[in-house]
Design a protein around this ligand. Structure first.
Ligand code: SF4
Length: 99
């Protein structure tokens, strides 16, 4: 008996999710800063949706579209006040597909 093994990459699974943008109302904001702290800078590497990027001035910016609401950035930077984190309004944000 042969068992078929299908290898799925995480990226392939994540591609199944959908995201409904709430125009003009991002649920996460980065507060203005001159230079990012180590934690804020780390978000450019640890966010699984790659929502955080460095701009040309060396500041961290976020594009919350695609956020999976994992909470990693909230744990790292909300208590320091570097980001403002809220859940998206009802009906917006990530739509997970299971199975
Ligand atoms: S909650 Fe998770 S996926 Fe969303 S921006 Fe923060 S780290 Fe990225």
């Amino acid at each position: 008996m042969t068992i078929a093994v299908t290898k799925l990459r995480v990226e392939d699974k994540l591609y199944q999710n959908r995201y409904l943008v709430d125009p003009g109302r991002p649920h996460i904001k980065v507060r203005p800063h001159e230079r990012p702290s180590a934690n804020l800078l780390a978000l450019t590497h640890v966010c699984p949706a790659k929502c955080y990027e460095l701009n040309d001035e060396g500041q961290v910016e976020i594009t919350a579209d695609g956020c999976m609401e994992c909470g990693t950035c909230r744990v790292l930077c909300e208590t320091s006040g570097e980001i403002e984190w809220n859940y998206p309004r009802g009906g917006f944000g990530v739509l997970f597909k299971f199975g």
